[in-house]
Design a protein around this ligand. Structure first.
Ligand SMILES: *Cc1c(COP(=O)(O)O)cnc(C)c1O
Length: 426
């Protein structure tokens, strides 16, 4: 069963195999396992970026209304295109700002400490930027992060139990800000049950979905999520520094954003230039500044690929790829001595995001050796090799090759050579 032919057969049976041709291979045909940090360039994204540059060249200021699509409502249009990926109506999603900025904007709106309800619940395995942002939001309200920020601990050093998060949602809590997928272990949390627990207790719950949108279907409306935000440059392949996106449930659209700016103004009246706030009656109200047209253009092309492939088939293939990787590590005895890799990602597919965390004491050196052998992983100190076989452009044979290479590296003793530790950008 475990053979190169089997990998090739899986590729031949893959209904999404043809999509790979829409993406540029890296120079030297390296195998890319880092699409959860920065997605690859597609011909579609390249075309839409070049079209935006061309329209700027030809239209100048008129591009705001006459470009195709017009730049003035580009954030709203991209939000509407993305709405099916997250189970939202078109007016509940907008492309704007960036992940951490959107976190600030949404938390400044929905964190309303009052009386004894002052705490924010997050997790001990959150992305650091989120924790920094929450600390500063608490300080802005005169709170003390040591007292008011509750980071739910992990029991196993990798995952966070939903029951532990729910247990932390007591009368002292004003807001919960939670990850959908943990950036290190790749655990997918049960968003529906967490949102429901918050609702029952009158606690607003928001989600950072940077590591799940584009890899996993979301049903924000059905789950009655209050708000969420995510980035476009990971699984959504919009390009480095591509703009962020946010979701605000319709029932909250009358709330005044905590950080207002003219781009969130009622579009028909934005250029009346009056000083009284009248927000857009949509998630668009949470925009602060002018949409970054050239950066957003990459997302425009990229989203057409998602419309064509469909997020459900993408998730299906992604689960097959990650399951295959886990299966190979096992079948090649890589989880035993002398290889001694450990799988840090939940084996239950319902709790698995888009990547597999492969742990090893010599992870940093193994990552360097993988790169030298033409495979691009990423490294999270001290011991995690993240491997993301992205469904849109990764083949089963690539996963096969990656597993074989991990074995070869240990066989050759390359994990004992060279520099320890990470580079500046890991
Ligand atoms: C990638 C990522 C971010 C990135 O934040 P930026 O503001 O876009 O730099 C934030 N949160 C999580 C969980 C991420 O994975």
């Amino acid at each position: 069963m475990i053979s190169q032919d089997d990998a090739l057969r899986r590729d031949a049976d893959d209904p999404l195999a043809h999509i790979r041709q829409r993406f540029y291979p890296l120079s030297g045909d390296q195998i890319y396992m880092d699409g959860n940090s920065l997605g690859l360039l597609s011909v579609d994204a390249e075309r839409s970026i070049l079209a935006a540059v061309d329209q700027w060249k030809r239209l100048g200021i008129d591009g705001w209304l006459t470009a195709e699509p017009d730049w003035f409502t580009l954030g709203e249009q991209l939000g509407a295109m993305m709405a099916p990926l997250v189970g939202a109506t078109p007016d509940e999603v907008v492309v704007t700002g960036s992940t951490t900025v959107n976190l600030h904007s949404l938390v400044s709106t929905f964190y309303q400490p009052e009386g004894a309800r002052r705490r924010i619940v997050a997790t001990a395995h959150d992305f650091p930027s989120d924790v920094y942002a929450l600390q500063s939001q608490i300080e802005l309200r005169g709170g003390d992060p040591d007292r008011d920020l509750v980071l739910v601990p992990s029991r196993d050093g990798r995952t966070i139990a939903e029951t532990d998060i729910i247990a932390a949602l007591d009368d002292s809590v004003a807001l919960a800000l939670l990850p959908s997928v943990l950036y290190r272990s790749g655990q997918l949390l049960d968003i529906a049950s967490l949102a429901a627990a918050g609702r029952e207790r009158g606690i607003a719950v928001g989600f950072d979905c940077a590591h799940s949108v584009g890899a996993i279907p979301h049903h924000f409306n059905a789950w009655e999520v209050d708000f969420a935000f995510w980035c476009s440059y990971k699984y959504l392949n919009a390009g480095p520094g591509g703009p962020g996106a946010l979701y605000v449930n319709r029932r909250l659209h009358q709330t005044k954003p905590g950080l207002t700016g003219w781009w969130g103004y009622l579009k028909q009246k934005q250029f009346d230039m009056v000083h009284e706030w009248e927000g857009a009656p949509s998630a668009g109200a949470w925009q602060i500044s002018t949409v970054p047209v050239i950066a957003a253009a990459g997302l425009l092309g990229s989203l057409t690929i998602f419309e064509e492939a469909g997020i459900e088939p993408i998730r299906q293939k992604s689960l097959q790829l990650t399951a295959y990787l886990i299966e190979l590590l096992d079948a090649l005895n890589l989880t035993k001595s002398p290889y001694s890799f450990r799988i840090g990602t939940p084996l239950d597919p319902a709790a698995r995001g888009g990547h597999v965390a492969v742990e090893h004491t010599d992870a940093a050196r193994i990552v360097r050796a993988l790169k030298a052998r033409g495979i691009v992983p990423d490294f999270r100190a001290p011991d995690v090799i993240r491997l993301a076989p992205v469904a849109l452009y990764t083949r089963f044979i690539d996963v096969w090759q990656t597993a074989q290479t991990l074995r070869d590296i240990i066989d050759a003793g390359e994990h004992l050579q060279g520099e320890q530790g990470r580079s500046l950008v890991a």
